[in-house]
Design a protein around this ligand. Structure first.
Ligand code: RNT
Ligand code: ZN
Length: 417
């Protein structure tokens, strides 16, 4: 299909509003998106020894093709990345460590357990991000980790957090770009608690102990902590709430992670971004996700919630203050498809935002011309955006439209699991 004429028309249409589509494509391709390794294998990881799963998160569905080992996880990620335009990173969780020299518990992990990941990333020309893992482990069975009432359990998890920072630092050194290191803990309770205070007080102490290690170079290991409202088994009470982490990160100068699925079921996050960023020096990490009812992790699609997040970033000129990572898992569809659909939707929403007539809207607003502002916002929804997206894919050398489906199907047939 010759899409050139479509693009020429689109470029002219946008140019009439002063928008440079070529520049928007170039910028959209440069913005890194971190692909979460845990979609490949439905969050199972490589710790067969621990014998537990879940712990606050759960991938549902029985579609075949789950990756069963490190090689399959990495092959699936590489295949997915080949079908997605732009700069991608890969986000590794600590339960995806390489145990070929023998299993070690999470308080014993070292950079060498992730050497395979670092070598692989180098070969692919991409960078890694990291996550200590506080779920799916016997010492998380009570539903509490860093905020547990038992000091020995807290100590175990504090040590894990400290080691994760060293691993992230090693990744940064290996790849020559900072490694974003995200802490999410499942701590909370299914039902009413009598004391919501003490776990939070202990959580402050535990994080302070983890971040007290000043030998870690914070320009290499960039730490974030992720809030949540409720989870499976923590429906009533979550220790690390949004308010908790907002205040913790501000007073400690640690990065905040906002997951789009971690708020009330009808609550969206775009309106929160400026309120957060205006108070901080550190970047904001976004877990791009799609909440549906009780689930926070459906495959991301190009919907209003997603568009509004990136429009907000564009209108505040805040691209440099954001770190973008994906967080969804669906075991009911092909795992490559999940990545390709979700990541392409994310990059599509980035491009969409970069084509926004932000300057015009602001001029109207400053002049009190709110009818004009609304009219232009509305008109832009039907601009020939699809042709610009197609051009972006072609420029990046990845299949445009749904042409990637044939490659996914061929890969699926060639790799029966
Ligand atoms: C869980 C958090 C967290 C996890 C990953 C696996 O609710 O969103 O980010 O999904 O760390
Ligand atoms: Zn998340």
């Amino acid at each position: 299909m010759n899409t050139n004429s479509g693009y020429t028309f689109a470029r002219d249409q946008y140019a009439q509003s002063g928008i440079d589509t070529d520049a928007a494509i170039a910028q959209a391709l440069r913005i890194p998106i971190s692909l979460h390794c845990w979609q490949t294998d439905d969050n199972v990881g490589f710790e067969a020894q621990s014998g537990v799963s879940g712990g606050g998160i759960l991938a549902t569905g029985n579609y075949p093709g789950r990756a069963r080992n490190g090689d399959e996880v990495r092959a699936d990620l590489a295949k997915s990345i080949s079908l997605i335009p732009g700069v991608q990173r890969v986000n590794v969780h600590s339960y995806y460590a390489d145990f070929s020299d023998g299993y070690v518990n999470r308080d014993q992990l070292e950079p060498k357990h992730f050497q395979q990941w670092m070598d692989w990333a180098k070969g692919l020309g991409i960078s890694l991000d990291f996550n200590p893992s506080f779920h799916a482990h016997p010492k998380a069975n009570d539903g509490f980790t860093l905020s547990h009432q038992d000091a020995s359990i807290r100590e175990f998890w504090i040590e894990h957090g400290k080691r994760a920072r060293k691993i992230a630092e090693a990744m940064a050194e290996s790849q020559g770009t900072p490694c974003n290191n995200n802490f999410w803990i499942p701590d909370g309770a299914k039902d009413l608690v009598a004391d919501s205070w003490s776990p939070r007080a202990r959580l402050i102490e535990s994080y302070d102990a983890i971040f007290a290690d000043k030998s870690v170079d914070e320009s290499k290991c960039v730490d974030f902590v992720e809030s949540k409202l409720f989870g499976i088994g923590s429906e009533e009470y979550v220790v690390g709430s949004s308010e908790f982490y907002s205040n913790y990160t501000l007073t400690r100068n640690v990065g905040l992670c906002m997951d789009m699925g971690h708020y009330h079921p009808t609550e969206t996050i775009h309106g929160k971004i400026s309120s957060q960023l205006l108070f901080r020096q550190k970047k904001l990490l976004l877990h791009v996700s799609r909440p549906i009812r009780w689930d926070s992790d459906h495959v991301v699609i190009f919907n209003d919630d997603l568009k509004n997040v990136f429009l907000e970033i564009q209108r505040g000129n805040a691209w440099d203050k954001m770190v973008l990572a994906l967080d969804f898992f669906d075991a009911s569809i092909n795992r490559i498809a999940a990545y390709v659909i979700g990541t392409r939707a994310t990059r599509k929403a980035i491009l969409y935002a970069l084509l926004d007539p932000s300057a015009t809207l602001k001029q109207y607003e400053d002049a009190g011309k709110n009818s004009q502002r609304l009219a232009v916002m509305e008109e832009f929804k039907t601009m020939p955006f699809g042709a610009v997206w197609t051009r972006l894919c072609e420029q990046a050398g990845v299949p445009a439209g749904t042409d990637w489906l044939a490659e996914m199907e061929a890969y699926e047939s060639a790799n029966p699991r």
